[in-house]
Design a protein around this ligand. Sequence first.
Ligand code: TGC
Ligand code: FAD
Length: 386
Amino acid sequence: MITDYLNIDDLLTDEQKLTRNSVRAWIDKYVIPIIDELNQQHRSPIELIKQMGELGVLGSFIPEKYGGSGFDQITYGLIMQELERGDSAIRSAASVQTSLVMYPICEFGNEEQRMKFLPKLANGEFVGAFGLTEPNHGSDPGSMETKFSDEGDCYLLNGSKMWITNAPICDIAVVWAKNEQNKVRALIVEKEFEGFSRPETFKKWSLRASATGELVFDNVKVPKENLLPNISGLKGPMMCLNSARYGIAWGVLGAGFDCFNTALQYSQERKQFNKPIASFQLTQKKLAEMLTELTSAQLMALRVGQLKNENKATPAQISMVKRNNVHTALKIARESRQILGAMGISGDFPIMRHMMNLESVITYEGTHDIHLLISGLDITGIPAFK
Ligand code: TGC
Ligand code: FAD
């Protein structure tokens, strides 16, 4: 098994390695044995989310006084890498909870909101969701139609969100909606609020172990204390996305290395024409290129992690690493599947499952092309979105 060709471990602290190894062991013990079956059954493992709370991987960079683990950004990345080696659905659940629900409450909320919600999100008692995408607005969230009005004693919320991770199982959702002044704000919507429903989206061929759904708001009365006071404008959800996109850049390394190592081992054992298929130059070319690309992706993730720890990572740098690393992992999943021949499509190996998951990962948190345009804007100074 090769996971560290350039001795990147030498650049990590003992605490970072210890945390990574404990998440690795948890994935081996509790996720790997059941993950194919969960995917075959299209079942999301809420019990694993609770266990992740106990393990301390929900809110890993949130301060300890709110129930988080207070880890640095590289540790957060390493955790995401190990979770996604298990399955993108497991990483997704932790990404959403940490970067898209706990982070905005911590960063944009007041102290009462932090104390009320963060400890329960950290220990897995509460599951959170993040509502930005709508049926008519995905890449262009600034045109969202979901809106709320001030009714004096509460806000009245109307609209809907689509393709929302954890929607059917969430206890609370951080929902981005426009107020009467057309400003994007965030409301915490709790599952028992009247008029709030969360239908599940079925028939997915990707992220089958993740509960995806809609958030529908039909005249939902939201108490005024559930508005996040310290953020206004589209930069709010975008700041959350910076954190989640960064985590994805690490996460997909886990899926990519799992595919690579499965293909490596299979190619050493499988014989055709009386020789292991690993002895053919064409197979070696595939393996050598895969490891080179994965190692480059690892270094990019590490460098952006260092910049994030220093509060210097720019949104465009994060877009570049998200785009590059997801694309790399997806290419590696496809190449690895080829190496296994027919066995590559079997649930006895993880490759096809990772490949199907990565088809979502390359679309959510900003599509492959949207991230290219973000890089294009950063390089040229000219926006090409509109
Ligand atoms: P634009 O005019 O460029 O920006 C509006 C305001 O936002 C600010 N901003 C950012 N701030 C911080 N970080 C960023 N990355 C930012 N990007 C933009 C910007 O400075 C501006 O601020 P201000 O103060 O001047 O108003 O906005 P635009 O309408 O032209 O859109 C730009 C675009 C296309 C880049 C952006 O909207 C985009 O990235 N679209 C992709 C949407 C997306 O990523 N959606 C993800 C939904 S959540 C999800 O997928 C979760 S999956 C979870 C899982 O299961 O793991
Ligand atoms: P569209 O925006 O309609 O894009 C369709 C195509 O057009 C893409 O190829 C895109 O690159 C291209 N395109 C769009 N605009 C341009 C342009 N200006 N120039 C060139 N090409 C362009 N969202 C949430 O808010 N919360 C979640 O928890 C969440 N979880 C998700 C889970 C899953 C499994 C999936 C699949 C999605 C999830 N999403 C979530 C939604 C996700 O963020 C969106 O799907 C994504 O942002 C793209 O939006 P869209 O699907 O509407 O595609």
